[in-house]
Design a protein around this ligand. Structure first.
Ligand SMILES: [Zn+2]
Length: 231
């Protein structure tokens, strides 16, 4: 009997698809965005893929967390040697998600990175007191350039008038996305995802009913604010 074997260094690969550089195996998207992947391998091989959240990414220093949804997750390589249409919908929480794949006996990992790019940290000045930094979310004062500049300007005016710093509670996490300030991977903090919402401490301001929270939003060049009581 003659056995003819096909031998190659790799049986298969999970590859990026789209406009992102093909050589990188981390594909960027936004939270609740989609990355597209292609499986390439020897026809007839079984392939499968599982999702795993990379710990401590996206500004979340706590265990667990959502991975999003992958579809399809497994199949058989067709005669063309290519499986297209594999989509990973990333979760609302920012972070790196590992796609651990197995194609025949070959295994490896690629990554989807869900983040809001371009957020900057609120500077530390004598006019600003950053409130709400916790062990689970140590990087909680990131906003858009326009938002952080607006807060700095507001704080300077406040400091000049009252000789005390403006207390600024959470803005957004370093990579934006759902800000689960109770470390539950869920709301509250339905907003605070895009770096354009901040909680301004008002309990030491001259408002009569004790603890109040002001909601400040800067959008399209306009600052909007709203005070809500009893939170
Ligand atoms: Zn978190």
């Amino acid at each position: 009997m003659i056995l003819i074997g096909m031998c190659s260094a790799e049986e298969g690969k999970l590859l990026n698809k789209g406009v992102f550089p093909k050589f990188t195996l981390t594909q960027p998207t936004v939270p609740e965005g989609t990355t597209k992947w292609v499986v390439r391998g020897t026809p007839g091989l079984h392939w499968s893929c599982e999702l795993k959240r990379v710990p401590n990414t996206g500004g979340h220093k706590h265990a667990g967390g959502p991975t999003g949804k992958l579809s399809p997750k497994s199949g058989t390589i067709p005669s063309s040697g290519v499986v297209t249409g594999i989509k990973h919908k990333t979760p609302a929480v920012a972070g790196d998600i590992e796609l651990k794949y197995k194609i025949g006996t070959t295994s490896g990992s690629v990554y989807s990175r869900a983040m809001i790019a371009g957020l900057v940290e609120l500077p530390v000045t004598s006019a600003i007191e950053r409130v709400g930094i916790t062990k689970t979310h140590p990087q909680s004062h990131y906003g858009t350039q326009a938002m952080t500049a607006a807060i700095v300007s507001l704080a300077e005016k406040y400091y000049k008038k009252f000789s005390k710093p403006l207390g600024v509670n959470d803005i957004s996490l370093i990579w934006g996305g759902l800000f689960d300030h109770k470390a539950t991977w869920a709301a509250p903090h339905a907003t605070h995802r895009m770096g354009v919402d901040a909680d301004i401490r008002t309990k030491d301001m001259a408002l009569s009913t004790g603890h109040c929270n002001a909601w400040l939003s800067f959008s399209a060049g306009v600052m909007k604010s709203n005070v809500c009581r009893g939170r």
